[in-house]
Design a protein around this ligand. Sequence first.
Ligand code: LMR
Length: 401
Amino acid sequence: LFANLPEVPPDPILGIASACKADSFEGKVDLSIGAYRDENGKPWILPVVSKAEKILTSNPERNHEYLPMGGLPSFTSAAARIIFGSDSKELKNKQIYSIQGLSGTGSLFVGACFLYECYDRNKTIYISDPTWTNHRSVFGLAGFKVDVYTYWDSSLKTISFEKYISSIRDAPEGSVFILHACAHNPTGSDPTKEQWQIIANEMKAKKHFPFFDSAYQGFATGDLDNDAYAIRLFASMGFEMLVAQSFAKNMGLYGERLGCLHILCKDSNSATRSGKFLEKMSRNIVSSAPRYGAEIASIILNNDELLQEWKQCLVIMSSRILEMRKALVEKLVELKTPGDWTHITRQIGMFSFTGLNTEQSTTMIEKYHVYLTKNGRISVAGLNEKNIGYVASCIDKVVRS
Ligand code: LMR
């Protein structure tokens, strides 16, 4: 039955990470996947997460029962405060309904299925060009036609703002736009506050539907509120919208698949009606959301002291990434590597879109054992004092060759 299925090419991100794991070269460097690494190149269990785990596992009332269809209420309500702000008018008015999702991807998929059933399956979904590779497949899998909006000017290494705005204007009225809430993946370049305002005005004029993907809250500026700026701006302007919120990176709970899907509607009646649909879809797709990560996050988010401690962890992670950005540029300047590398420090979040082309990226992998995605994206969190000199020297060599 399946003998003639086409071969599936390796995943553009996970495939590179697996190739790195399989490489026996001692000095290999993994800059592929967007996962935080500490100064020794190791995954970091946030100390606040360890504390919450202790609290959780020492609770005699604890069990492994199913969560309700919408997930753990004490987690989803706290997650909504983190993204919309604890003083959010829309939260107070019950215009927002939140359900637990399987991190970013699972939340996006439930949101996509909801739009297919309840909004308009003939609408086109617009994703940024470039974007995180899963965006196209998740919305395609849900049955939508997927197209791109212009985002990047690869020669200037900045957002191509005029073309971005033209894409919004040219899209048919009521299209769905997937927007990265902060720390755009892969470019590491976000619109300024002024640009967000213009984007929102233009989207409003065309009655487009925003679907925010927030995977890096706390990684762009180190501050949760700042990193939710765009979402809160759109909310304050009366948009109805969806938000997929991941806690994979900012709590370091990658494998626990912890996330939330929020729908913001014009009033509480529409929010409840939509929310019940979201719950039904989530029930059909995953039955019920995973419990462990949600309980850990709920302990942290509902305790003032632990919440502060989590915010400190975000500062630790985002500051180390900033230091590595600076150090990489300094090394490239020292080496007199041809070209201007200051975009690495202008970019923010987990990634730098280095500007290395596919051929150069492939050489970095095959010849030098430095693993990055083929579009030239590096996860800056994978750099540390021990490997940064080597990485800079490899970039220098591929640029010169
Ligand atoms: C990435 O872009 O590297 C991360 O979002 C991890 C993933 O699942 O692709």
